[in-house]
Design a protein around this ligand. Sequence first.
Ligand code: ARG
Length: 371
Amino acid sequence: MPPATTPDSAQARLAAEAVAFVRQFHHERPGPVDPEQRIREVLAEIDRTGSYRHTPEELAFGARVAWRNSARCIGRLYWRSLVVRDLRHVDSPDEIAEHCFEHLRTAGNGGRIRPVISVFAPDLPGRPAPRVLNQQLVRYAGHRQPDGGLLGDPAGAQLAEQARALGWKGRDGRFDVLPLLVRSGPWARPQWYELPDDAVAEVRLSHPEHGWFAALGLRWYTVPAISDMALEIGGVHYPTAPFNGWYMGTEIGARNLADADRYDMLAVVAERLGLDTSSERTLWRDRALVELNVAVLHSFQEAGVTMADHHTESERFLRHIAQERRLGRPTPADWSWIVPPVSGGLTPVYHRYYDPVDPELRPAFLPRPPW
Ligand code: ARG
Protein backbone atom coordinates (compact mmCIF):
# COMPACT_ATOMS: atom_id res chain seq x y z
CA MET A 1 0.00 0.00 0.00
CA PRO A 2 1.53 3.38 -0.96
CA PRO A 3 1.91 5.88 1.87
CA ALA A 4 -0.93 8.36 2.21
CA THR A 5 -0.19 11.60 0.37
CA THR A 6 -2.93 13.61 2.07
CA PRO A 7 -1.75 16.49 4.27
CA ASP A 8 -2.46 15.82 7.93
CA SER A 9 -5.16 18.49 8.23
CA ALA A 10 -7.12 17.13 5.27
CA GLN A 11 -6.80 13.63 6.68
CA ALA A 12 -8.03 14.78 10.09
CA ARG A 13 -11.04 16.40 8.44
CA LEU A 14 -11.78 13.26 6.46
CA ALA A 15 -11.56 11.18 9.63
CA ALA A 16 -13.96 13.49 11.47
CA GLU A 17 -16.48 13.44 8.63
CA ALA A 18 -16.18 9.70 8.26
CA VAL A 19 -16.93 9.19 11.96
CA ALA A 20 -19.92 11.54 11.84
CA PHE A 21 -21.29 9.70 8.80
CA VAL A 22 -20.87 6.22 10.24
CA ARG A 23 -22.65 7.35 13.41
CA GLN A 24 -25.50 8.84 11.37
CA PHE A 25 -25.78 5.65 9.31
CA HIS A 26 -26.08 3.47 12.40
CA HIS A 27 -28.38 5.92 14.13
CA GLU A 28 -30.86 5.94 11.25
CA ARG A 29 -30.49 2.28 10.34
CA PRO A 30 -29.79 0.37 13.55
CA GLY A 31 -28.49 -3.13 12.74
CA PRO A 32 -26.35 -5.94 14.05
CA VAL A 33 -23.04 -4.19 13.32
CA ASP A 34 -21.46 -2.27 16.21
CA PRO A 35 -20.84 1.30 15.01
CA GLU A 36 -17.72 1.61 17.17
CA GLN A 37 -16.23 -1.43 15.48
CA ARG A 38 -16.95 0.03 12.03
CA ILE A 39 -15.48 3.39 13.10
CA ARG A 40 -12.23 1.72 14.20
CA GLU A 41 -12.07 -0.05 10.86
CA VAL A 42 -12.65 3.16 8.88
CA LEU A 43 -10.06 5.12 10.87
CA ALA A 44 -7.47 2.40 10.39
CA GLU A 45 -8.14 2.37 6.65
CA ILE A 46 -7.78 6.16 6.49
CA ASP A 47 -4.47 5.94 8.38
CA ARG A 48 -3.22 3.29 6.01
CA THR A 49 -4.47 4.59 2.65
CA GLY A 50 -5.55 8.21 3.09
CA SER A 51 -9.16 7.28 2.31
CA TYR A 52 -11.72 4.56 2.97
CA ARG A 53 -14.32 2.56 1.08
CA HIS A 54 -18.00 2.77 1.90
CA THR A 55 -19.91 -0.48 2.17
CA PRO A 56 -22.61 -0.78 -0.53
CA GLU A 57 -25.22 -0.07 2.19
CA GLU A 58 -23.40 3.05 3.35
CA LEU A 59 -23.13 4.25 -0.24
CA ALA A 60 -26.84 3.77 -0.93
CA PHE A 61 -27.82 5.41 2.35
CA GLY A 62 -25.43 8.32 1.71
CA ALA A 63 -26.78 8.95 -1.79
CA ARG A 64 -30.39 8.89 -0.58
CA VAL A 65 -29.69 11.24 2.31
CA ALA A 66 -27.84 13.59 -0.05
CA TRP A 67 -31.10 13.83 -1.99
CA ARG A 68 -33.06 14.32 1.24
CA ASN A 69 -30.68 17.17 2.12
CA SER A 70 -31.04 18.98 -1.24
CA ALA A 71 -32.56 22.30 -0.20
CA ARG A 72 -33.49 23.28 -3.76
CA CYS A 73 -35.44 20.12 -4.60
CA ILE A 74 -39.22 20.07 -4.29
CA GLY A 75 -39.38 16.35 -5.16
CA ARG A 76 -37.84 14.91 -2.01
CA LEU A 77 -40.85 12.90 -0.78
CA TYR A 78 -39.52 9.85 -2.62
CA TRP A 79 -35.89 10.06 -1.43
CA ARG A 80 -35.98 6.51 -0.04
CA SER A 81 -36.81 5.05 -3.44
CA LEU A 82 -33.64 6.27 -5.17
CA VAL A 83 -32.08 3.41 -7.15
CA VAL A 84 -28.35 3.40 -6.44
CA ARG A 85 -26.02 1.92 -9.05
CA ASP A 86 -22.70 1.12 -7.41
CA LEU A 87 -20.16 1.66 -10.20
CA ARG A 88 -17.18 2.62 -8.07
CA HIS A 89 -15.01 0.06 -9.84
CA VAL A 90 -15.65 1.68 -13.25
CA ASP A 91 -13.05 4.24 -14.23
CA SER A 92 -12.31 4.08 -17.96
CA PRO A 93 -14.04 6.74 -20.11
CA ASP A 94 -15.49 4.11 -22.49
CA GLU A 95 -17.09 2.19 -19.65
CA ILE A 96 -18.29 5.33 -17.91
CA ALA A 97 -20.06 6.43 -21.09
CA GLU A 98 -21.63 3.00 -21.56
CA HIS A 99 -22.90 2.98 -17.96
CA CYS A 100 -24.30 6.51 -18.33
CA PHE A 101 -26.31 5.30 -21.33
CA GLU A 102 -27.53 2.35 -19.30
CA HIS A 103 -28.46 4.80 -16.53
CA LEU A 104 -30.70 6.66 -18.99
CA ARG A 105 -32.38 3.43 -20.14
CA THR A 106 -33.02 2.28 -16.57
CA ALA A 107 -34.26 5.70 -15.49
CA GLY A 108 -36.38 6.21 -18.60
CA ASN A 109 -37.98 2.80 -18.11
CA GLY A 110 -40.31 3.08 -21.10
CA GLY A 111 -41.88 6.24 -19.64
CA ARG A 112 -42.33 5.18 -16.01
CA ILE A 113 -39.41 7.32 -14.85
CA ARG A 114 -37.38 5.93 -11.95
CA PRO A 115 -35.10 8.12 -9.80
CA VAL A 116 -31.60 6.68 -10.28
CA ILE A 117 -28.04 7.59 -9.33
CA SER A 118 -24.89 6.05 -10.80
CA VAL A 119 -21.92 6.41 -8.50
CA PHE A 120 -18.54 6.11 -10.22
CA ALA A 121 -15.05 6.10 -8.69
CA PRO A 122 -14.30 8.59 -5.88
CA ASP A 123 -11.42 11.05 -5.79
CA LEU A 124 -8.49 9.58 -3.87
CA PRO A 125 -5.57 11.47 -2.34
CA GLY A 126 -3.36 12.53 -5.23
CA ARG A 127 -5.61 10.65 -7.67
CA PRO A 128 -8.61 12.61 -8.95
CA ALA A 129 -11.29 10.40 -10.52
CA PRO A 130 -12.55 10.77 -14.10
CA ARG A 131 -15.37 13.22 -14.70
CA VAL A 132 -18.30 13.67 -17.04
CA LEU A 133 -18.10 17.27 -18.27
CA ASN A 134 -21.79 17.62 -19.27
CA GLN A 135 -24.19 19.45 -16.98
CA GLN A 136 -26.84 16.83 -17.70
CA LEU A 137 -26.55 13.44 -19.39
CA VAL A 138 -29.08 14.63 -21.96
CA ARG A 139 -29.09 18.23 -23.08
CA TYR A 140 -29.53 20.03 -26.38
CA ALA A 141 -26.69 21.79 -28.17
CA GLY A 142 -26.59 25.51 -28.81
CA HIS A 143 -25.06 26.23 -32.21
CA ARG A 144 -23.43 29.60 -32.84
CA GLN A 145 -24.62 30.95 -36.18
CA PRO A 146 -22.51 32.95 -38.66
CA ASP A 147 -24.76 35.98 -38.03
CA GLY A 148 -23.98 35.83 -34.29
CA GLY A 149 -27.34 34.28 -33.39
CA LEU A 150 -27.78 30.96 -31.64
CA LEU A 151 -29.68 27.90 -32.80
CA GLY A 152 -30.84 25.45 -30.14
CA ASP A 153 -30.41 25.71 -26.38
CA PRO A 154 -28.10 28.51 -25.21
CA ALA A 155 -27.50 26.44 -22.06
CA GLY A 156 -25.79 23.87 -24.30
CA ALA A 157 -23.63 26.31 -26.27
CA GLN A 158 -20.43 26.00 -24.32
CA LEU A 159 -20.39 22.22 -24.29
CA ALA A 160 -21.24 22.13 -28.00
CA GLU A 161 -18.23 24.31 -28.71
CA GLN A 162 -16.00 22.10 -26.59
CA ALA A 163 -17.33 18.98 -28.33
CA ARG A 164 -16.75 20.50 -31.78
CA ALA A 165 -13.17 21.31 -30.86
CA LEU A 166 -12.76 17.59 -30.12
CA GLY A 167 -14.15 16.60 -33.52
CA TRP A 168 -17.91 16.26 -32.87
CA LYS A 169 -20.12 17.33 -35.77
CA GLY A 170 -23.49 18.72 -34.70
CA ARG A 171 -26.44 18.36 -37.03
CA ASP A 172 -27.24 22.06 -36.76
CA GLY A 173 -30.72 21.45 -35.47
CA ARG A 174 -32.67 23.09 -32.65
CA PHE A 175 -32.82 19.92 -30.58
CA ASP A 176 -29.51 18.13 -31.17
CA VAL A 177 -28.60 15.95 -28.25
CA LEU A 178 -25.07 16.77 -27.11
CA PRO A 179 -22.46 14.03 -26.97
CA LEU A 180 -21.20 12.85 -23.60
CA LEU A 181 -17.76 14.22 -22.76
CA VAL A 182 -15.67 12.17 -20.36
CA ARG A 183 -12.24 13.17 -19.12
CA SER A 184 -10.07 10.75 -17.21
CA GLY A 185 -8.03 13.42 -15.46
CA PRO A 186 -6.96 17.07 -15.49
CA TRP A 187 -4.09 16.15 -17.78
CA ALA A 188 -6.18 14.16 -20.26
CA ARG A 189 -8.03 15.20 -23.41
CA PRO A 190 -11.78 14.62 -23.02
CA GLN A 191 -13.31 11.84 -25.10
CA TRP A 192 -16.72 12.26 -26.67
CA TYR A 193 -19.48 9.74 -27.21
CA GLU A 194 -22.64 10.16 -29.24
CA LEU A 195 -25.67 9.08 -27.16
CA PRO A 196 -27.34 5.98 -28.65
CA ASP A 197 -30.92 6.55 -29.83
CA ASP A 198 -32.33 3.95 -27.48
CA ALA A 199 -30.93 5.84 -24.46
CA VAL A 200 -32.67 9.13 -25.25
CA ALA A 201 -36.45 9.25 -25.09
CA GLU A 202 -38.13 12.49 -26.13
CA VAL A 203 -41.66 13.83 -26.23
CA ARG A 204 -42.94 15.95 -29.12
CA LEU A 205 -45.07 18.75 -27.78
CA SER A 206 -48.66 19.32 -28.83
CA HIS A 207 -51.57 21.20 -27.28
CA PRO A 208 -54.92 19.61 -26.35
CA GLU A 209 -56.92 22.40 -28.07
CA HIS A 210 -54.62 24.19 -30.50
CA GLY A 211 -53.77 22.08 -33.53
CA TRP A 212 -51.09 24.53 -34.71
CA PHE A 213 -48.98 23.97 -31.59
CA ALA A 214 -47.41 20.73 -32.83
CA ALA A 215 -46.12 22.57 -35.91
CA LEU A 216 -43.88 24.69 -33.67
CA GLY A 217 -41.68 21.60 -33.65
CA LEU A 218 -40.97 21.72 -29.91
CA ARG A 219 -39.86 18.65 -28.00
CA TRP A 220 -38.09 17.75 -24.78
CA TYR A 221 -36.25 14.76 -23.35
CA THR A 222 -37.83 12.67 -20.62
CA VAL A 223 -35.01 12.23 -18.08
CA PRO A 224 -33.44 15.23 -16.31
CA ALA A 225 -30.10 13.74 -15.16
CA ILE A 226 -27.75 16.17 -13.41
CA SER A 227 -24.15 15.15 -14.06
CA ASP A 228 -22.05 18.10 -12.87
CA MET A 229 -22.41 17.81 -9.09
CA ALA A 230 -20.21 15.87 -6.72
CA LEU A 231 -21.77 13.52 -4.20
CA GLU A 232 -20.04 13.92 -0.84
CA ILE A 233 -20.50 11.21 1.76
CA GLY A 234 -18.55 11.02 5.01
CA GLY A 235 -15.72 13.15 3.62
CA VAL A 236 -15.38 11.13 0.39
CA HIS A 237 -16.00 12.96 -2.92
CA TYR A 238 -17.65 11.17 -5.80
CA PRO A 239 -17.22 13.70 -8.63
CA THR A 240 -19.06 11.56 -11.17
CA ALA A 241 -22.44 10.59 -9.77
CA PRO A 242 -25.18 11.53 -12.26
CA PHE A 243 -28.67 11.41 -10.74
CA ASN A 244 -32.18 11.96 -11.99
CA GLY A 245 -35.77 12.33 -10.88
CA TRP A 246 -38.73 13.01 -13.12
CA TYR A 247 -39.64 16.37 -14.56
CA MET A 248 -42.08 18.84 -13.09
CA GLY A 249 -43.82 20.45 -16.07
CA THR A 250 -42.82 24.03 -15.20
CA GLU A 251 -39.10 23.23 -15.55
CA ILE A 252 -39.70 22.81 -19.27
CA GLY A 253 -42.79 24.97 -19.84
CA ALA A 254 -41.93 27.95 -17.66
CA ARG A 255 -38.13 27.93 -17.87
CA ASN A 256 -36.39 25.87 -20.58
CA LEU A 257 -38.79 26.87 -23.36
CA ALA A 258 -39.82 30.25 -21.94
CA ASP A 259 -36.76 32.00 -20.47
CA ALA A 260 -35.43 34.78 -22.68
CA ASP A 261 -31.95 33.25 -22.46
CA ARG A 262 -33.19 29.73 -23.30
CA TYR A 263 -35.68 28.84 -26.08
CA ASP A 264 -37.55 32.13 -25.62
CA MET A 265 -40.85 30.88 -27.10
CA LEU A 266 -43.40 33.20 -25.49
CA ALA A 267 -43.66 35.77 -28.28
CA VAL A 268 -44.10 33.04 -30.88
CA VAL A 269 -46.79 31.27 -28.86
CA ALA A 270 -48.59 34.58 -28.14
CA GLU A 271 -48.60 35.47 -31.80
CA ARG A 272 -50.11 32.08 -32.75
CA LEU A 273 -52.70 32.53 -30.00
CA GLY A 274 -53.61 35.87 -31.57
CA LEU A 275 -52.90 37.84 -28.39
CA ASP A 276 -52.43 41.59 -28.31
CA THR A 277 -48.71 42.01 -27.61
CA SER A 278 -48.70 45.81 -27.90
CA SER A 279 -48.78 46.33 -24.12
CA GLU A 280 -47.53 44.38 -21.11
CA ARG A 281 -50.92 45.08 -19.53
CA THR A 282 -52.70 42.58 -21.78
CA LEU A 283 -50.70 39.89 -19.90
CA TRP A 284 -49.93 38.19 -23.20
CA ARG A 285 -46.75 36.71 -21.73
CA ASP A 286 -48.65 35.18 -18.83
CA ARG A 287 -51.37 33.77 -21.10
CA ALA A 288 -48.82 32.30 -23.53
CA LEU A 289 -46.92 30.84 -20.59
CA VAL A 290 -49.98 29.00 -19.29
CA GLU A 291 -50.75 27.49 -22.71
CA LEU A 292 -47.13 26.40 -23.11
CA ASN A 293 -47.32 24.65 -19.74
CA VAL A 294 -50.63 23.04 -20.68
CA ALA A 295 -48.94 21.68 -23.81
CA VAL A 296 -46.00 20.23 -21.83
CA LEU A 297 -48.19 18.42 -19.29
CA HIS A 298 -50.61 17.21 -21.96
CA SER A 299 -47.85 15.87 -24.22
CA PHE A 300 -46.01 13.93 -21.51
CA GLN A 301 -49.31 12.48 -20.35
CA GLU A 302 -50.26 11.41 -23.88
CA ALA A 303 -46.80 9.86 -24.34
CA GLY A 304 -47.15 7.92 -21.08
CA VAL A 305 -44.13 9.60 -19.50
CA THR A 306 -44.03 10.43 -15.79
CA MET A 307 -44.29 14.15 -15.12
CA ALA A 308 -45.54 16.08 -12.11
CA ASP A 309 -47.59 19.26 -12.22
CA HIS A 310 -46.60 22.01 -9.81
CA HIS A 311 -49.80 21.82 -7.75
CA THR A 312 -49.40 18.12 -7.01
CA GLU A 313 -45.65 18.29 -6.44
CA SER A 314 -46.08 21.24 -4.02
CA GLU A 315 -48.60 19.30 -2.01
CA ARG A 316 -46.26 16.27 -1.92
CA PHE A 317 -43.43 18.43 -0.67
CA LEU A 318 -45.47 19.64 2.30
CA ARG A 319 -46.27 16.00 3.06
CA HIS A 320 -42.55 15.28 2.97
CA ILE A 321 -41.86 18.07 5.46
CA ALA A 322 -44.58 16.78 7.80
CA GLN A 323 -43.24 13.23 7.56
CA GLU A 324 -39.67 14.33 8.30
CA ARG A 325 -40.87 16.40 11.20
CA ARG A 326 -42.58 13.37 12.73
CA LEU A 327 -39.19 11.64 12.53
CA GLY A 328 -37.61 14.58 14.36
CA ARG A 329 -35.73 15.88 11.33
CA PRO A 330 -35.79 19.39 9.86
CA THR A 331 -36.26 19.89 6.11
CA PRO A 332 -33.97 22.73 5.04
CA ALA A 333 -35.35 24.35 1.92
CA ASP A 334 -34.58 27.31 -0.31
CA TRP A 335 -37.86 29.18 -0.84
CA SER A 336 -36.68 30.77 -4.08
CA TRP A 337 -36.04 27.36 -5.65
CA ILE A 338 -39.00 25.53 -4.13
CA VAL A 339 -41.75 27.93 -5.26
CA PRO A 340 -42.75 27.09 -8.85
CA PRO A 341 -42.04 29.69 -11.56
CA VAL A 342 -45.72 29.95 -12.50
CA SER A 343 -48.68 30.53 -10.22
CA GLY A 344 -46.47 30.54 -7.13
CA GLY A 345 -49.19 31.89 -4.88
CA LEU A 346 -51.62 29.20 -6.01
CA THR A 347 -49.41 26.52 -4.47
CA PRO A 348 -49.16 25.90 -0.73
CA VAL A 349 -45.34 26.02 -0.80
CA TYR A 350 -45.51 29.79 -1.41
CA HIS A 351 -47.26 30.67 1.83
CA ARG A 352 -44.66 29.72 4.38
CA TYR A 353 -41.00 29.75 5.37
CA TYR A 354 -38.66 26.80 5.69
CA ASP A 355 -35.95 25.47 7.95
CA PRO A 356 -32.74 27.36 7.16
CA VAL A 357 -30.31 25.98 4.62
CA ASP A 358 -27.15 24.66 6.27
CA PRO A 359 -24.22 24.59 3.84
CA GLU A 360 -22.39 22.18 6.16
CA LEU A 361 -25.12 19.53 6.01
CA ARG A 362 -23.82 16.17 4.74
CA PRO A 363 -24.19 13.90 2.82
CA ALA A 364 -24.80 16.39 0.02
CA PHE A 365 -24.70 17.11 -3.67
CA LEU A 366 -22.24 19.95 -4.18
CA PRO A 367 -20.77 21.92 -7.03
CA ARG A 368 -17.59 20.15 -8.09
CA PRO A 369 -14.37 21.80 -7.02
CA PRO A 370 -12.09 22.42 -10.03
CA TRP A 371 -9.40 19.79 -10.30
N1 ARG B 1 -34.37 22.14 -14.23
C1 ARG B 1 -33.53 21.21 -14.93
C2 ARG B 1 -34.01 21.05 -16.37
O1 ARG B 1 -34.98 21.62 -16.72
C3 ARG B 1 -33.50 19.86 -14.24
C4 ARG B 1 -33.21 19.87 -12.75
C5 ARG B 1 -33.62 18.60 -12.04
N2 ARG B 1 -35.04 18.38 -12.17
C6 ARG B 1 -35.71 17.31 -11.71
N3 ARG B 1 -36.98 17.25 -11.92
N4 ARG B 1 -35.10 16.34 -11.05
O2 ARG B 1 -33.47 20.31 -17.15
